[in-house]
Design a protein around this ligand. Structure first.
Ligand code: ZN
Length: 124
């Protein structure tokens, strides 16, 4: 599968047990989000066990950096094992909701075998 080298570099160096990055290409450069301990009240969500979260998943970190007026419809997400191999990165239910709220309807994500799959968020 293809991903820009900067995407892998940022994901592998995010200081977290899981290495995820979400990105879009804007002009000749990339905007990249990674999962982190960083929190944002914009992405507050409640878990089934009654707890709530604020820390950013890669997709949320990407949304935070996008210009809402540009109307990005499609993003890419990849997750890497510690050995650098790509693996499952389908957006979680929280990210899917936030992505739809921001107008994103298609996500290209890496599957368990590291191959890119496309999902239409309004169809799942
Ligand atoms: Zn998520």
């Amino acid at each position: 599968m293809y991903y820009p080298s900067v995407v892998k570099e940022l994901a592998m160096n995010n200081g977290q047990p899981f290495h995820l990055a979400a990105w879009v290409k804007v002009g000749n450069s990339y905007i990249v989000g990674v999962n982190s301990d960083r929190c944002s009240s914009k992405f507050h969500r409640y878990h089934n066990d009654g707890t709530s979260g604020f820390h950013l998943h890669a997709e949320m970190d990407l949304l935070r950096q996008l210009d809402p007026d540009r109307g990005t419809k499609e993003i890419n997400v990849v997750r890497f094992h510690k050995n650098g191999k790509a693996t499952m990165a389908m957006p979680c239910k929280f990210c899917r909701k936030f992505l739809l709220d921001y107008g994103v309807i298609r996500v290209n994500y890496s599957d368990w075998n590291g191959n890119m799959k496309k999902v239409y968020l309004n169809q799942i």
